[in-house]
Design a protein around this ligand. Structure first.
Ligand code: SF4
Ligand code: SF4
Length: 111
């Protein structure tokens, strides 16, 4: 859970350029998607070494994408939502871990 005082502004900044934030899924993420039968999510994950899961690789092209495929821009608004909110990555659920982390990575959630 993000710290007290944090309110997500839905600006999408953290999901538009993944390289700077999250590049791996955890074993718990994988288990959650398996339990929920979410092959559509698992198709974007590649196990690069035993128990090391890279995200997100386009299932058709094999290219890594910088914008999260589960990010959706709301129509006529400068706001974004996560299409896998209930099943999003552990690292997404915990982001940002502190006010300092938010400031350092350009998240306006404490502003
Ligand atoms: S950068 Fe911060 S405020 Fe913007 S969507 Fe991500 S968590 Fe929310
Ligand atoms: S899974 Fe959701 S919260 Fe995480 S990077 Fe993608 S759109 Fe953002």
């Amino acid at each position: 859970m993000p710290p007290e005082g944090f309110v997500c502004k839905q600006c999408g900044h953290c999901c538009l350029n993944l390289g700077a934030y999250q590049t791996c899924a955890t074993e718990e993420d994988i288990a959650l998607w398996e339990e929920n039968g979410r092959d559509d999510i698992l198709n974007w994950v590649v196990e690069v070494a035993p128990e090391v899961y890279d995200i997100w690789m386009h299932p058709q092209t094999g290219d890594y994408v910088s914008r999260c495929p589960w990010l959706r821009k709301l129509p006529r608004q400068e706001k974004y939502i996560c299409r896998i909110q209930a099943l999003k990555l552990e690292i997404c659920r915990d982001y940002p871990v502190s006010k300092e982390h938010a400031e350092k990575t350009g998240c306006p959630g404490f502003g």
